[in-house]
Design a protein around this ligand. Structure first.
Ligand SMILES: [Zn+2]
Length: 239
């Protein structure tokens, strides 16, 4: 993919950063810097320290997303799939597959290991904070524990969010794999995509009352569901 820069190679897979990342990294740094505790560093008085911690947190968040993607890739490689590259957009990574796993059980497991690893990372970080932070409260133990808390918390949210049974989240793939045990791949994709759209629609309606962000996420889920459906139909010539 153009517009992206290779930063490393792990398990022989090129790891790339998309150009949008250059905008998203400062944006996330800024968000962490203005959020009050326990979700940001607004309480820290020194401006340079505040922004450095926020930048470090944003970079470590990106490392967690990479770990999530590597979990998918590692599983896929072990079960005979192949990954051509991983591209990171910070809010999500995309593992481009040369060959998809067509055994539904393997596909479900491959989709599941990503959110599973995010949740494990989250639990380990929160447990670390709970065990070693002398004050237990994330905001009173100093900036280091605050950062551990924020990263732990976001990883758990990231893991749970990805389990929502709608494309483009991993939960959508798990759902498709579930249907694919009973019907063809295209039909299973259609069914999973329509459930994803219903989810998006409900999310959007709830968003009208709760938060603008939810409407935005709903839109992203709707586009993801339609995109996956179109892509699969295209590949199998059923458009
Ligand atoms: Zn994933």
């Amino acid at each position: 993919m153009r517009n992206s820069l290779q930063i490393a190679k792990i398990f022989g897979i090129p790891i790339k950063i998309h150009i949008s990342f250059l905008l998203v990294l400062p944006f996330f740094t800024w968000i962490f810097a203005i959020q009050p505790e326990p979700f940001g560093f607004a309480g820290i008085e020194s401006e340079p320290v505040k922004y450095l911690l926020s930048l470090l947190t944003a970079i470590l968040l990106f490392a967690s997303v990479l770990a999530h993607e590597l979990a998918h890739s590692y599983f896929s490689l072990r079960y005979g799939g192949s990954i051509s590259e991983i591209t990171l957009y910070l809010i999500g990574g995309v593992s481009s597959m040369k060959e998809e796993l067509h055994d539904p059980a393997s596909e479900a497991k491959m989709a599941f290991v990503g959110p599973f690893s995010s949740i494990v990372i989250g639990i380990v970080l929160l447990a670390f904070n709970y065990l070693f932070n002398p004050t237990v409260s994330p905001s009173e133990g100093g900036p280091f524990f605050l950062m551990v808390f924020i990263l732990g918390y976001i990883n758990i949210i990231l893991g749970l969010f990805n389990l929502i049974p709608a494309f483009p989240m991993d939960g959508g793939r798990i759902l498709r794999a579930f249907f694919a045990q009973r019907m063809g791949f295209v039909e299973a994709t259609e069914k999973a995509a329509s459930i994803g759209k219903i989810f998006a629609f409900l999310m959007g309606i709830i968003g009208l009352f709760i938060s603008f962000w939810l409407i935005l996420i709903a839109f992203f889920v709707y586009m993801g569901a339609s995109g996956e459906e179109r892509q699969v139909k295209n590949r199998y010539g059923k458009l």
